[in-house]
Design a protein around this ligand. Sequence first.
Ligand code: FE2
Length: 141
Amino acid sequence: MDRRSFIKTGLAGAAAGSLLPVSALADHGHKAMMTPMAGSLYYTEANPGRWSAKAGGHLPHIKVEGSQVQVVTGHEMKGYEHYIVKHILFDAHMNILGEKLFDPTKDQPISDYTLPAGYKGTLYALSMCNKHDVWLNSLDV
Ligand SMILES: [Fe+2]
């Protein structure tokens, strides 16, 4: 194999490897929380990576009552200096169910969503801090 073919094969493999885990694991509930990307690309309670002292204020919490979902991040909203930028809620297949962009001058990091009728499965909530990156949590409904 020449150098160019080797690089093409390697890039194709890397691309497939980066895409396959999410789609393959999303069908199996919380396993998407345990990919090699947890603790590096995004952070979880079990894999807080370089922000191990920051999990308490950054992990989004998911509450479900009937078809209503509320996502809360217990983080300060200190203007544009330090705040939660947004929440995104995903279903078990990583389809976006909703997202909320926050204005740190007037919002708290709380977002509300309505589930599709009869939804059963894992929900994933992502919370993004402007200083401490992206955090992921999940809940089965
Ligand atoms: Fe933060």
